[in-house]
Ligand binder design. Structure first.
Ligand code: DPM
Length: 370
């Protein structure tokens, strides 16, 4: 049976896939990438994450040598102000991206949730690795005997500067007080254990687990208590859009399901025009070839919220001619383009649904008041 042009949109895109194939051969010979430089923030977590990615790459390309180049960023330097008050979008990324632009490094390893949905011109997310536990957790002070937020006495102070966490938890636990706590993970834990000020911290499980502090997790928050930040728990690797050898190298360590979930989450965020400092939260998963995305927008005290869920079937083939090259900054030449497209559409559709229900007014109010 002959297939029509319209039923076979992926053919068109194969052209660029062909280029990636060609680069594979060059790469296997080691003639293009012999020495790979990896830009990283200097924090313990960032260095762990960069080393984690290098270890994954080494398993696939053992003949390449890898150097990690640590750098300080604006976000690392300003420690006394809550993140939502600083108001610059690429706080933790700018200095690293300048080095990437100048070809001083091949790529940067980021926590995906710290990457804005619009990257600087010429930059893309070349791969997203398999997601660590995406949920938030409660960490109690070392001397605490409490096991859940609901047990804490009225007025207990919870350390977090995330508007997303505060909004969702204030709604559930109006008697708790939330205060900003900055610094890297170990500094925060020291403040929790030594200061007597905080009863508990809310942290991303992923960071706690990566630093081998899993034993400090008091409780994992379920999505009905606190949905997570867009991209939370996933590592993203940023590189130049035209650096095909690096994009090919990275495709070996990309995780398909994580990439599709994160495309949906980021498309949702992008359409809502949310940034890392607005109370927008998600929960996504892939089950039986279906992608589910739940998303919420909250007022600062959580008293107003809009939460909806949509799903999409990966078995239904998209018949559209897909021209898009990246989705909220993400490229994935090794994943069928129709799947990337469907995931992106799901995120946008969910954002549109929330906007229809009044999300814009809530976000506007948050921006005026925070
Ligand atoms: C972003 C937020 C926070 C980080 C806001 C949010 C938390 C700030 C705070 C966008 N980035 O989540 O609503 O608690 O004061 C950050 C962490 C990780 C990456 C630490 C954490 C590790 C987990 C990961 C900070 N960025 O959230 O506990 O890689 O996803």
């Amino acid at each position: 049976m002959e297939k029509t042009d319209i039923e076979e949109p992926p053919q068109k895109k194969r052209k660029s896939e062909g280029n990636f194939e060609a680069n594979n051969e060059i790469l296997e010979n080691g003639s293009v990438l012999k020495r790979v430089k990896v830009g990283s923030r200097k924090s313990q977590l960032a260095l762990f994450q960069s080393n984690f990615v290098v270890d994954l790459l080494r398993k696939n390309y053992s003949n390449i040598s890898y150097d990690i180049v640590p750098m300080s960023t604006t976000g690392d330097k300003i420690l006394d102000v809550a993140l939502s008050k600083i108001g610059e979008k690429s706080l933790f990324t700018k200095e690293l991206e300048v080095a990437l632009e100048k070809d001083e490094i091949h790529f940067i390893v980021h926590s995906l949730k710290d990457l804005p949905t619009s990257l600087p011109p010429g930059m893309v997310i070349g791969a997203i690795c398999k997601r660590e536990n995406p949920f938030d957790v409660v960490v109690f002070s070392e001397s605490s005997t409490y096991k859940d937020l609901k047990e804490l006495p009225n007025g207990s102070v919870i350390g977090t500067s995330s508007l997303r966490r505060i909004a969702q938890l204030k709604k559930l636990y109006p008697s708790l007080t939330f205060e900003s706590v900055r610094g890297n993970l170990n500094t925060r834990l020291r403040k929790l254990d030594d200061d007597n000020k905080y009863s508990a911290l809310i942290l991303a499980a992923a960071g706690v687990i990566r630093l081998d502090l899993e034993h400090r997790i008091g409780k994992i928050l379920t999505p009905s208590e606190c949905m997570y930040a867009v991209g939370q728990g996933a590592l993203a690797i940023e590189c130049k859009a035209d650096d095909l050898p690096t994009i090919h190298l990275l495709s070996k360590i990309s995780d398909k399901d994580t990439t599709l979930c994160c495309i949906a989450e980021r498309a949702f965020m992008k359409k809502l025009e949310g940034g890392c400092s607005v109370p927008v939260a998600v929960y996504s998963r892939i089950l039986n070839e279906k992608l589910y995305l739940k998303g919420g927008v909250f007022s600062l005290d959580g008293s107003k919220c809009i939460i909806e869920e949509l799903s999409t079937d990966f078995k239904v083939k998209s018949k559209q001619d897909i021209k898009q090259q990246h989705y909220a900054g993400i490229v994935a030449p090794h994943i069928p383009h129709s799947l990337l497209h469907i995931s992106n559409q799901l995120g946008e559709a969910l954002a549109e649904l929330l906007l229809e229900k009044g999300a814009a007014a809530i976000l506007q109010e948050v921006r005026t008041n925070s």
